[in-house]
Design a protein. Sequence first.
Length: 160
Amino acid sequence: MATQNIIQYLETSAYFADQRDGSTTSVGVEAMNRRQVETFIASGAIAVGDAVSLDLSKTTGGDAMIYAIVGDDTTATKVACVGFALTAAADGETVDVCIAGICEGKVANGVAIGDRLRLDAAGVAEAYVNTDEMPIVAYAVDANSSGSAALATVIVIKQM
């Protein structure tokens, strides 16, 4: 966990190598200052877009800060949501997680643009309501009306 945000890159488009026609391409969400990424060890299978939490069942030394697991708001050892998985991983493999900034994450059906999001069950984020006890972990940039959980663009609020 040694990521730094030093480079400031404010361009929204880039020129192709052959600039004769003057065309550009969008930089996209992968630009290095658009998000902060940390690498964890997966405690079980994690899919791209899963809301992931620190694995609080790891009690040896600082292992709880090294291992990540699919988040779940009903399991005490899976409630510390830190972001969304950018890569898939099997148990014991490394997984890249967006812990701040923009990325795609699994959101529940009915999420609207601008909704504040909180961890729900099975690695999905859902719209926050004022009676929720779970913290807000992201804002929805895209809506989801697909009828089930789906990938949508979110802005992750740094939790750690």
